[in-house]
Design a protein around this ligand. Structure first.
Ligand code: NAD
Length: 739
């Protein structure tokens, strides 16, 4: 018998080696045909008397990436189609359940086939693919730092629904199982072995032999949980251990998620309820919750953005196709300060030569030492070796001589945020850059089009806006000036791809895209402070709304005196009306009268006492404005205000053509400032509730709180036509015209 996705060879010891190798795919994934073939293989292993046991491995570099999420989306589409046919939806729900239960049943059949199964994990094994190995009676993992195992489904709004929530807490301690399932982190072989997720570690050349030997040594074909007298590693649910575990686990779950993620909630339920049940019933419960979660808005929005769009953008969805790959070898970085030092580090880490330039050698060396410091930390954590550190440092050449930029394919400018300084360095750099090289500015506030005026080659001038800290933040915003050409865009995208960050491409606008949205978040918080909403509520409710950091805390990090500077500059550039007078008064008061500049002088909205004391909100803040009674504050309304003000700004950016691809608006909001990931991003938040409902909510907020909630023309029109953004601005095909 031959298979499309597998090969099966039985050796003289009677051990079947099943090799998974999907044609025309770089990675194995689970799809309908894989399941069909897998079932045939299980039946064959179970029924063939000559087969004593089976080893499953992969012919790819990795073991497998998980279930094909497009298959999930297709299952959902079928469900919607069935539902649309009318009736109570029960038939549609039943079909969805049967589809989702299929893999669960299959893996149960595998582990109860009467023959021992061993997984030889030769590389990355994630999600459903790791669940296949969990249904084996043992797992041998290759000794390779690149090989990882994990169940990351929760990160895209789902959870392991092929027995993962049941096998993991039967295999390892419940507390560790919950962390593993809820955090969705991947572990290398040593961590996985220590936790008990895998049985053995073997060198690549001995992987399959080690797996086979386990069978020859008499590995039991019965899983521990199917054996008499099985005890859960973390203790039974109704036991002293269970009582000590679940109440705090539930509290931690609430603290970490604010109950915003249906998949995380389902994991809690599956583990708690499943561990009280016999295995066969437990997996049914798991599949029922999976069916429920799959139907949530959160899951579909998260799959769309955090799986589909993220992948598409990382693969260069916005790259002009007809420009040849840039083949970047050397990047110049102008300014070795806070940002320049970070940019030099991420560039060298990607194996690209860096020419790091500043006004004097002391400054450039200081910038380079930032890389040394980060590498020392990595060495301390055993993530790098001293040789790695030296290799990266060798790639960074420090200089004060613009002539050294002659070899650069790309020059990234990160000098002071001052138009004159930027003009001077642009001119000096261009005098030495080769004709094909591209110049990029990392400005955060100056329009790229105005900076491009300093260039003799405006087609080769672009913005690459990094976020701080550069080594941690995954997003970069690429800004097109009016005359930026395709070659510059391709180079910027190739560079961002090489340093493994996610790009969004936006058109020029004051604050570009991400900062425009972030400013709305902080600005609404100013309104709340002025209204007298107690600051602890503002901060906590922002987190309840899914934001990673409260707006006042964020303002402390970015510096209140910077807001002060930007606001005054905006008034100078655009007139008094450009800044809300009450906001100006608040910020002037904080900076000028109270010396509260933010975290940098340990005095902002928060006070920052010396460690071990923790930061706490500044007590004087409540004396600036009469305070409302906390019990009277409508928490849901605060959440709505934060979400709506950001989403509205995103919608304005779409209307103005600042953002042209709605996927970028979503990804930019999540990776740029952590906008409630469970919504799928600022635009998907609107689509999730529907444009009409969103406009309705905004109108109510506008009436109560002011013009910042006024829906734009585009939204009003969409609400009237009951349209959503992903249909109107279909990023996958033809777009309709903007109103
Ligand atoms: P910084 O003050 O830490 O560093 C600026 C560096 O530029 C200094 O080392 C300075 O010596 C050098 N420099 C100044 N004039 C120079 C000249 N003529 N020639 C060569 N070097 C010169 O500032 P930063 O925070 O790194 O910001 C740099 C740029 O990045 C700014 O445009 C800023 O708006 C932008 N940016 C900053 C952040 C942030 O969070 N700090 C985020 C995104 C973008």
């Amino acid at each position: 018998m031959t298979y499309t996705n597998f090969s099966l060879e039985t050796d003289s010891d009677g051990i079947a080696l099943i090799t998974w190798d999907m044609p025309k795919r770089s990675m194995n994934v689970i799809n309908a045909l894989v399941m069909e073939e897998w079932e045939t293989i299980i039946d064959r292993v179970a029924s063939d008397e000559n087969i004593k046991g089976a080893v499953i491995t992969s012919a790819k570099k990795t073991f497998g990436a998980g279930a094909d999420l497009t298959m999930m989306q297709a299952m959902l589409a079928e469900f919607e189609k069935q539902k649309a046919k009318g009736g109570d939806g029960e038939a549609a729900a039943k079909l969805l359940f049967e589809n989702t239960f299929r893999l669960n049943q299959l893996l149960r059949k595998q582990e109860t086939s009467g023959k021992p199964w061993v997984a030889a994990i030769n590389g990355l094994a994630l999600g459903g693919c790791f669940e296949i190995t969990l249904a084996c009676h043992a797992r041998v993992m290759v000794d390779d730092p690149a090989a990882k195992v994990g169940l990351p489904e929760v990160k895209v709004g789902l959870f392991p629904g092929a027995g993962g929530t049941q096998r993991v807490p039967r295999l390892i301690h419940t507390q560790e199982a919950l962390q593993f399932l809820l955090q969705g982190r991947n572990f290398d072989s040593s961590k996985a072995k220590k936790l008990g997720l895998i049985s053995e570690v073997a060198p690549a050349g001995e992987l399959v032999a080690t797996a086979k030997k386990m069978i020859l040594d008499g590995l039991s074909p019965v899983q521990p949980w199917d054996q008499k007298g099985f005890r859960l590693p973390g203790g039974q649910v109704y036991s002293a251990a269970g009582f000590q575990l679940f109440p705090p686990a539930n509290a931690i779950y609430r603290r970490e998620t604010y109950d915003n993620y249906p998949a995380a909630r389902a994991i809690m339920k599956c583990v708690y309820e499943g561990l009280l049940l016999p295995f066969d019933t437990a997996i049914k419960v798991e599949s029922r919750y999976f069916t429920e979660v799959l139907q949530t808005t959160e899951a579909s929005m998260m799959i769309r953005s955090l799986f589909g769009s993220l992948q598409a953008l990382n693969k260069g969805a916005r790259r002009p196709m007809d420009v040849k790959p840039s083949g970047i070898k050397t990047v110049g970085v102008l300014g070795a300060g806070f940002m320049g030092a970070g940019i030099a580090y991420v560039t060298a880490k990607a194996g690209i030569n860096v020419v790091l330039l500043d006004r004097d050698m002391e400054a450039t060396e200081k910038g380079k030492s930032y890389t040394a410091g980060l590498m020392d930390k990595a060495i301390g954590r055993r993530r790098a070796t001293p040789e790695d550190k030296q290799a990266i440092l060798d790639l960074i050449k420090t200089t004060t001589d613009y002539g050294d930029l002659a070899t650069c394919d790309l020059v990234v400018e990160a000098v002071f945020e001052d138009s004159e300084v930027k003009k001077s360095v642009t001119e000096q750099a261009e005098a030495h850059m080769k004709p094909s090289a591209i110049f990029a500015s990392n400005t955060s506030t100056i329009p790229i089009t105005s900076l491009a005026k300093n260039s003799k080659r405006p087609k080769s001038f672009i913005g690459i806006h990094f976020f701080s800290p550069v080594d941690k933040m995954m997003l970069t915003e690429i800004i097109m000036a009016k005359r930026t050409g395709d070659k510059a865009l391709a180079m910027a995208l190739d560079y961002v791809g090489a340093i493994k960050k996610t790009p969004i491409v936006v058109n020029d606008s004051r604050g570009f895209y991400v900062n425009r949205c972030v400013l709305r978040y902080m600005s609404e918080a100013y309104n709340m402070v002025i209204e007298g909403i107690p600051a602890p509520m503002i901060e906590t409710v922002a987190k309840m709304a899914g934001m990673p950091i409260g707006p006042l805390s964020l303002n402390d990090e970015t510096a209140i005196d910077l807001s002060h500077k930007i606001m005054h500059q905006t008034i100078r550039d655009m007139g008094e009306k450009a800044v809300e007078p009450q906001h100006m008064e608040l910020v002037d008061n904080l900076v000028e009268n109270h010396g509260r500049l933010g975290r940098k002088n340990l005095k902002g909205f928060y006070d920052y006492p010396a460690k071990p004391k923790k930061k706490h909100l500044w007590a004087g803040l409540k004396d600036l404005y009469p305070q409302q009674d906390a019990d009277e504050v409508d928490i849901q309304e605060i959440k709505n205000r934060f979400h709506a003000t950001i989403a509205l700004e995103a919608a304005r950016c779409v209307e103005e053509g600042v953002v042209v691809d709605v996927r970028e608006a979503d990804i930019g909001s999540i990776l740029g400032f952590g906008f409630a990931p469970f919504t799928g991003g600022a635009i998907s938040y609107i689509d999730g509730m529907g444009s009409a409902a969103f406009v309705d909510m905004c109108k109510k907020l506008q009436k109560k709180y002011g013009k910042q909630f006024k829906p734009n023309k585009l939204l009003l029109q969409m609400a009237k036509e009951n349209e959503n953004f992903y249909d109107r601005f279909n990023p996958y095909g033809e777009q309709k015209q903007v109103a």
